[in-house]
Ligand binder design. Structure first.
Ligand SMILES: [Zn+2]
Ligand SMILES: [Zn+2]
Length: 441
């Protein structure tokens, strides 16, 4: 039972709320005590709040006697994580009123004669019906976070790739920074995290829900050019997936795999250290960053795990095996990834000039995501910005030898689609698609 109350918790509540869907509620708050009354309403109450859009949210409210008399409550929106949200409680005759200050919410309901059912209205902005049932421990919903599991679930949808950002350094309203999501076993894994990835993930929530996404997996970074990593700053706070498959904030582990330092450039660990110093805080009284003090705000700190990778198998769980292979780009280190799941092999080129490593990794793979830069470099080869990239003419030859079942072109700089497609078609007769943001393959 919590006995302390913390009052200075308002600013980050707004951030936490912004991380949630429009129907969301969540935030820590203050205990206030109220008058006790005759009917015994202590114990666990639960019911489902049905927002106008999206799935129902299961609400658990635990009412208990407060020290010194009166009643208090803790509210849990268990589909949005299990943080406890203190509430004030009053009981007058059959009427139960609760105030949940930090989410600006109230509840008012009427008890039935047995004090088992509470019929009422939850208001946070708009009023919504919320009927609660007084339940025994045996039938109470589990308010703990769903345990992270790498076990593939029975009846889970097959592996899917979803484009969160087609990328190229030039982002537009239609093209976010480079990021490809691969969904397997209810987990979404990211491959690169360019600018705007979090918005696309939120836009993709209905699609992710259809794919039964419940967890945010590691983020794999091909190389450390900023068009592939700017989104890491935002994701370091927003990296939870709730039960409606929405991306939200709220701390917890954040795992990244990427290149180490080379030739005077920072590695992924250095980069995450800097981001942590700027935005995140570590547990412990003396290790707070200069940014927002999450402890005061009762927000779990993020634990960042950044791992520097080398070619070979870099990650394996029950859903997938990820193998990194070296490609040839302008950065001192650049990788492509081969992702093997129970039903598919997906290869992601990253930024690269044409290399045999992509061909070997794919070798008849299901999906090949390959970058492209312009149509033809001509006999003199690539110049300027085109260096370290692959022309459409070269990509046709790569695809012919790699034999993907489906070639998906992304990160296509200076794209001129009809001319590029024509050039690719001269060598490759298989399926070719120019990716758009939010496409699913
Ligand atoms: Zn790039
Ligand atoms: Zn690059």
């Amino acid at each position: 039972m919590q006995k302390t109350s913390k009052v200075k918790k308002v600013i980050l509540s707004a951030i936490a709320l912004a991380a949630l869907s429009a129907s969301a509620l969540l935030a820590p708050s203050v205990h206030v005590f109220a008058q006790q009354s005759a009917a015994d309403i202590t114990g666990t109450w639960q019911g489902t709040l049905q927002p106008p859009q999206g799935n129902g949210l299961r609400i658990v409210i635990k009412i208990s006697k407060a020290d010194g008399g009166g009643l208090k409550a803790l509210l849990y929106s268990i589909d949005q994580g299990a943080e406890s949200i203190p509430a004030t409680v009053t009981l007058q005759g059959p009427t139960v009123k609760m105030t949940i200050p930090n989410i600006g919410g109230t509840y008012e309901g009427k008890l039935d004669s047995d004090a088992v059912n509470l019929t009422g209205t939850f208001t946070q902005g708009a009023p919504l019906p919320l009927n609660l049932k007084h339940v025994a421990d045996a039938t109470a919903w589990d308010i703990s976070n769903p345990p992270p599991s790498n076990e593939p679930r029975k009846g889970a949808p097959p592996t899917a790739a979803i484009v969160f950002g087609v990328g190229s350094p030039n982002i537009t309203a239609e093209r976010s920074g480079t990021s490809i999501g691969i969904v397997a076993g209810g987990t979404v894994y990211l491959f690169d995290a360019g600018a705007g990835v979090e918005r696309r993930m939120m836009e993709a929530a209905p699609k992710l829900a259809a794919l039964q996404v419940q967890r945010f997996g590691p983020v794999f970074i091909t190389h450390l050019d900023m068009d592939h990593i700017l989104g890491l700053a935002v994701l370091s706070f927003y990296h939870q997936i709730d039960r409606t498959s929405n991306l939200r904030g709220g701390g917890g582990d954040f795992t990244i795999y990427g290149p180490g330092p080379a030739k005077g450039r920072l590695g992924i660990r250095n980069i995450m250290d800097h981001l942590e110093a700027a935005f995140m805080v570590k547990p412990g009284p003396d290790s707070w960053g200069k940014g927002i003090r999450m402890e005061e705000l009762n927000i779990r700190p993020t634990a960042i795990h950044a791992t520097e990778i080398a070619p070979g198998v870099i990650y394996k769980d029950a859903n997938m095996t990820v193998t990194a292979f070296e490609v040839a780009h302008k950065t001192p280190i650049a990788y492509g990834f081969r992702v093997q799941t129970s039903d598919r092999v997906i290869v992601i080129s990253g930024d690269t000039s044409p290399v045999d490593a992509v061909i070997e990794a794919c070798n008849g793979c299901d999906l090949l995501f390959h970058e492209m830069f312009g149509v033809d470099f001509g006999p003199e080869g690539p110049k300027g910005d085109a260096q370290g990239h692959t022309s459409a003419v070269e990509l046709g030859e790569i695809a012919r030898r790699a034999r993907p079942k489906h070639l998906v072109i992304y990160h296509d700089v200076n794209y001129r689609q009809p001319a590029a497609l024509e050039a690719i078609r001269k060598a490759f007769s298989g399926e070719v698609t120019f990716a758009r943001d939010l496409d699913i393959f």
